[in-house]
Design a protein around this ligand. Structure first.
Ligand code: DAH
Length: 342
């Protein structure tokens, strides 16, 4: 029996040393210390040992058990530590490595002012409407009361798409007014920012493609006072609360009466200087009360409804806003220029 116990001790300790993971170690424990394990099997034979030898054998068996348990614990702990060590090594995170910087772009100055305008008007209950850039002449000219023979209809002014002059690149955002009025019943409150095209030579203040923001309000009892109040709010929000506006009579075929709107020169406050070319005022946009012919042409009764409209060149707003003196800078896509707006 003594030999058997010694053999169990030697074999189990060797097996414990060889166990490479907690699972294998547990199998060793079951094999030697389990209910049906080798040690239990030997202890069952203790009864057949002579009474003189029995205490010594019992003691030896206990020693062997204690020895195996201790070895199991030690090996178990070593395996856990090794496991943890490996995990830590595999999952190291070097917090001192510099992060990867994410390059963020900047909004184009045109987009900045576009978004500001949309914000201002949405705040006043306007919706944003869209229209096609390739437009029918009926919408850009006829329904806007622009007569045959008007210079804007000339091939030298407008990019025609078809020979019959029925389709062209829109030269203003005003046709969106017609498209909206044909589809919606008053009350109407829309703005429509977008690209427009004219056969202009490129220079510091002209480009064959530029942007306008159109506005239209149609309801019962709309007056020129509403137009003035609305544009006053827009220009003060864009240029600051001290901005002084001036409304000057003008002519547009699709409004009656019509006006042009100026802001007082922010440089000289009306005295006249280089910025305003001695005028004291800077012309910004066209506006007026929607012509009764335009309203009725869209199926809106001019005796019941009235409206105002305006159209403003976005580039002009942007150039005033950021003191940019050459329009070409807006389209050159020179990142050194554009980065300034980030
Ligand atoms: N469409 C005009 C232009 O391009 C600007 C304009 C003037 C728009 C008066 C309007 C308006 O809606 O009422 O010059």
């Amino acid at each position: 029996m003594k030999n058997k116990l010694e053999e169990i001790r030697a074999k189990s300790l060797a097996a414990i040393e060889e166990a490479l993971d907690p699972g294998a170690l547990d199998a060793v424990r079951v094999q030697y210390l389990g209910k049906k394990g080798s040690l239990s099997a030997v202890l069952k034979q203790l009864g057949s040992v002579s009474p003189e030898e029995r205490p010594a054998m019992g003691q030896l068996a206990n020693e062997v058990r204690a020895k195996i348990e201790a070895a199991l614990n030690e090996r178990g702990k070593a395996l856990q530590d090794a496991l943890l060590e490996r995990k830590l090594r595999e999952e190291t995170l070097d917090v001192t490595i510099p992060g990867k910087s994410v390059e963020t772009g900047a909004k184009h100055p045109l987009q900045i002012v576009w978004d500001e305008c949309v914000d201002i008007f949405v705040g006043m209950g306007f919706q944003v409407a869209e229209g096609p850039e390739v437009e029918l002449s009926t919408y850009d000219f006829d329904k806007l009361n622009i007569p045959e023979g008007h210079t804007v209809r000339e091939w030298t002014d407008t990019f025609y798409i078809t020979e019959d002059e029925k389709v062209h690149l829109r030269c203003q955002t005003s046709p969106v007014q017609v498209r909206v009025m044909e589809q919606q019943k008053p009350p109407i409150r829309i703005i429509s920012p977008g690209r427009v095209y004219r056969k202009d030579e490129i220079d510091a203040t002209h480009s064959p493609m530029f942007h306008q923001l159109e506005g239209l309000v149609v309801d019962k009892g709309i007056t020129m006072g509403d137009l003035k109040g609305c544009l006053d709010v827009m220009l003060k929000r864009l240029y600051g609360p001290e901005t002084v506006t001036r409304f000057r009579p003008h002519h547009f075929p699709f409004t009656e009466p019509s006006c042009e709107v100026d802001i007082q020169c922010f440089e000289c406050h009306g005295a006249g200087c280089r910025v305003c070319k001695g005028e004291g005022w800077i012309e910004l946009l066209g506006a007026g009360m929607v012509h009764p012919k335009v309203l009725s042409g869209c199926g809106i009764d001019p005796d019941e409804y009235s409206g105002f409209a305006f159209g403003v060149g976005l580039e002009r707003l942007v150039m005033r806003r950021f003191s940019i003196s050459d329009l070409r800078l807006l389209f050159d896509n020179d990142v050194r220029f554009l980065r300034q707006f980030s």
